[in-house]
Design a protein around this ligand. Sequence first.
Ligand code: ADP
Ligand code: ASP
Ligand code: MG
Length: 408
Amino acid sequence: MALIVQKYGGTSVGNPERIKNVAKRVARFRAQGHQVVVVVSAMSGETNKLIALAKEISANPDPRELDQVCATGEQVTIGLLSMALKEIGVPARSYTGGQVKVLTDNTFTKARILSIDESNMRRDLDAGMVVVVAGFQGVDADGNVTTLGRGGSDTSGVALAAALKADECQIYTDVDGVYTTDPRVVPEARKLDTVTFEEMLEMASLGSKVLQIRSVEFAGKYKVKLRVLSSFQDEGEGTLITVEEDKNMEQPIISGIAFNRDEAKLTMLGVPDKPGIAYQILGAIAEANIDVDMIIQNVGHDGTTDFSFTVNHGDFARAQGILEKVKAELGARQVTGDNKICKVSAVGVGMRSHPGVASKMFKALADEGINIQMISTSEIKISVVLDEKYLELAVRVLHRTFGLDQSV
Ligand code: ADP
Ligand code: ASP
Ligand code: MG
């Protein structure tokens, strides 16, 4: 007998029929003698609808109230799934994050989990019940409802698995595992049987939304056995996220291509080239709680230099406003911005032992006439910023160049 946490995403619970199918799958695991805790997302599209609704009332919704609204999506699915389970003779009980209790900090809309009280769940499991928990939400020390950021149900699933010391955390979604790139963009993408935590962390942080990055961090930290599977197929082992590289296998140099359409670029031109510039520019941005991703400072000429960085789309206008102020203080020449960019990244632990990956990547892009605007690298990834219009072409070309296509 094992204790399994199963998380079902929005598409997997997108209508009553699908919720009934999830109930059947859960019932099958229980019939095999396993204890099951199920974490569910809101039905597909619901969270978007709730956010849009809030924005119709307020252009800049109060974060506490926005969480109050957004958390309702998951509350609907836990009730419906528990009903569906009872309909087929499986005793079940639903819990909101607060009822569990999933304690978080009070950073509304992107709260972090601090602790999880497992006692209610343990009691129900011991009584033979299936426990159904709302993903994406928790409660802070003052009892306020919080949410964990978009895609946060993955993190709920992994955190519950860690708290319960579950044997496995299964993430059921609309694809049958982690692919070499988003199969919606490159139909030739291949499913990976295993991927290392390190690679999955990079892929998630570079834009592959199949797993929320925090869920991967959590699983790595608490050694949760994590698997991504399809909720629409009965067969298949999905993708296992592993700690160790498979030493027996010939490691591919690149495991996957990730991309992100969600960034914008800002540049300050003609900044006086003296100590403290980066701090003055980025300090002001950080004070406004804006995350910065890539940063480039050029070699100075004639006492001035150019300074570029990227932020999330959503922070673009605000960051531009801040830079205009800093420009005046610094006596810089001009602030320019571009929110029609994308970031494409090649990820692979094999890169460590293979030089030449970057040049191969740059040549492939050059051969297609794609201009690279920014570059950043780490031990296991190379990212480039490109004009947004090249995104799909670049992803396809790099996927092929690194031998990731199915036919290769
Ligand atoms: P859920 O609602 O189940 O949480 P998501 O939409 O959040 O599902 O994540 C699954 C989606 O992630 C897939 O439908 C796929 O389009 C996308 N995706 C992006 N990159 C990858 C990848 N490398 N492998 C698999 N899926 C990916
Ligand atoms: N429903 C939330 C969202 O759409 C959480 C999740 O699906 O993981 O972001
Ligand atoms: Mg998701």
